[in-house]
Design a protein around this ligand. Structure first.
Ligand code: ADE
Length: 237
């Protein structure tokens, strides 16, 4: 059971991704609670201002510290200190990967802050946030999509979410196949998979997969995973 509070200026953006498939089911089962909070509810002025011009000049607007401060104060009121992890989504953060997803899935309470505009007041980083995470070396319009990506990656790792845990075992970036014990990173891309029909207009499934010889199949899969990784992502080896 994990609780994720998301602080955003655009809560409606989340409606689609969280209303389908595995994330929806996990919420239905009570394995994850996601609360969306409109940052504007922690503003005091008539225009519900959350951003302002940068001191010292420059282009664009900067997310103000006060609404975030108030939001965090309220969201952490009932929890003991350090029971939650406050994460700012920003292209300046540590790049998200499967290992980080695994670690975060073991937390009880995450608070994700979706950054926006040209940036955030540096005091948010300095005084309010535990971690900064980026989902890749590209710049998005805000932290909403990154928050969805992280929530999705975390959700499927929660115990009881996926029917067969085995399905996550051999996949790309997750636990290693036996053969990867020799690799530096222990990470391989997934081997090729096939399903029926065994022959689609002459496009045939590799014969070994139809052989029924489990040891042979496992050896083939390990070899294919290694070959694929060498070709596509030699940096993982
Ligand atoms: N906000 C804008 N771009 C981002 C990225 N790549 N990762 C996380 N937050 C972001």
């Amino acid at each position: 059971m994990i609780k994720i509070d998301i602080l955003t200026l655009f809560p409606k953006m989340f409606q689609g991704p969280f209303a389908e498939s595995i994330v929806k089911r996990a919420m239905g089962k009570g394995l994850i609670t996601v609360n969306l909070h409109d940052l504007r509810q922690w503003t005091a002025d008539k225009h519900q201002t959350v951003d302002d011009r940068p001191f010292g000049g420059g282009v664009g607007m900067v997310l103000m510290v006060e609404p975030i401060y108030k939001a965090l104060k309220e969201l952490t009121r009932h929890s003991k200190t350090s029971q939650q992890k406050v994460i700012l989504l920003t292209p300046q953060g540590k790049v998200f990967n499967q290992k980080i997803a695994g670690n975060l899935s073991k937390q009880k309470h995450l608070i994700l802050i979706c950054g926006h505009y040209e940036g955030v007041d540096e005091r948010i980083r300095e005084f309010l946030v535990d971690e900064e995470i980026s989902i890749g070396d590209y710049v998005l319009t805000g932290g909403e999509l990154p928050a969805m990506v992280m929530t999705d990656a975390i959700t499927r790792l929660l115990p009881g979410v996926l029917k067969k845990l085995a399905a996550t075992r051999n996949e790309s970036f997750a636990n290693p196949l036996p053969v990867t014990r020799h690799a530096q990173t222990g990470q391989l891309l997934e081997y090729p998979q096939y399903t029926r029909p065994a022959d689609f207009q002459g496009w045939k499934v590799p014969a070994v997969l139809l052989s029924g010889d489990h040891a042979k199949v496992a050896a083939w899969q390990a070899q294919q995973a290694l070959k694929r990784t060498r070709r596509r992502r030699p940096d993982l080896l």
